[in-house]
Ligand binder design. Sequence first.
Ligand code: FAD
Length: 291
Amino acid sequence: MFPAAFDYHRAGSVDEAIALLKQYGGDARILAGGQSLIPAMRYRLARPAVLIDINPVSDLGYIRDSDGMLVLGALARDAELERTPKLHDRYPLLADVSAVVADPVVRQMGTVVGSLCHNDPAGDWAVAALASRAQVVVRGAAGTRTVAIDDFLVDSFTTAVADGEMALEAHFPAPPGRNAGSYQKIERKVGDFATASAAAWASLAADGTFAEVGIAIGAAGPTAKRVVAAETLLRGKKPTRELIRAAADEAAKAADPSADGRGSVAYKKAMAGVLVGRALDGTCKRLGIEV
Ligand SMILES: Cc1cc2nc3c(=O)[nH]c(=O)nc-3n(C[C@H](O)[C@H](O)[C@H](O)COP(=O)(O)OP(=O)(O)OC[C@H]3O[C@@H](n4cnc5c(N)ncnc54)[C@H](O)[C@@H]3O)c2cc1C
C-alpha cells in the first residue's frame, strides 16, 4: 500500500529540524531510520502531513563517551553499535541488544533513539534503557531537557517528546565498579519482535553483594517495564540460585502481556520470569561468579 500524501523536508541541521517542527507542530514527524515509520505510513497506521528527514544532518550519528556515560546521537544506528568494540567490553548489555534487534538489513538503518521514540511495547532498546537507567535529551524551540527513561516511556507508541520537539540523544550511564549485564529475547524467528524479553544489569560491591541492579522486561505490557520488586530483592545480597529464582518469580508476577500470535498471556508471563533468570545468569557469568 502507498502512504497517504505528505510533504517532505530535509533538515540540514538540528536547528533547521527544530524550526520545521515549530512551524508544523503536531502535523510533523521526524524521519530517522524509517524502519518503523515508513511501514506504519504504508499501512496507513500513521498519516503525518509532514516528514522532517534528519538523515542529512551530518553529525548526529555519534557514539561517544562523555562525563561517565555512553552518548548516542539521534542517528546512531544499531549496526554501528554492533560494530563498536568498546560496547562489547564496557556495555555488554547494549552489545547484546545491538545484535538481536530485527535483522541485519533493518539494523543498518534503524536507530536506538528512533526505537525509544517509537516505543513499541515489544521493542528491544527500551528494555535495555530501563535496566541501564538511561536518559533521553529532548530539544524544542523552548530549549533542551533531559528526561529519565522511566518518564520518557509514557504508553504504547507514546513518549514524553511533545509536539514541536525531537529527541537529540540517549545517555547510558557507564556502570560503576565491577559490573556486567545481559539481554535475553525469545522470538519466533530471526528478525521478529520479541515474544518476551528481559534485560539485567548489576554492579558488585567489594564484599560480593549486588551494589546496584537494573531489571526490565519487554513485550510484557503497554511499554517495557522495570521490575522494581526484583531489583529490591537483589540489591545488597550475594547472588545465589535461590535469589535469582526469586527475582525471576517477581518478573513473571510483574509481567502484564497481551495474548497475540506470538503467545498466550500465561506463556508470556512465564517467559518473562525465565528470561530474567537467564539474564541474571548471563550477568553473573560475565562477572565470573558461579551460581
Ligand atoms: C522487519 C522489521 C523487523 C523489526 N524487528 C524489530 C525487533 O525485533 N526489535 C525492535 O526493537 N525493533 C524492530 N523493528 C523496528 C526497528 O528497530 C526500527 O528501526 C526502530 O524501532 C525505529 O527506529 P528508526 O530509526 O527506524 O525510526 P523511524 O522509523 O524513523 O521513526 C520511528 C518513530 O520515532 C519517531 N522518531 C524517530 N527518531 C526521532 C527523534 N530523534 N526525535 C523524535 N522522534 C523521533 C518518528 O517520528 C516515528 O514516529 C523492526 C522493523 C522492521 C521493519
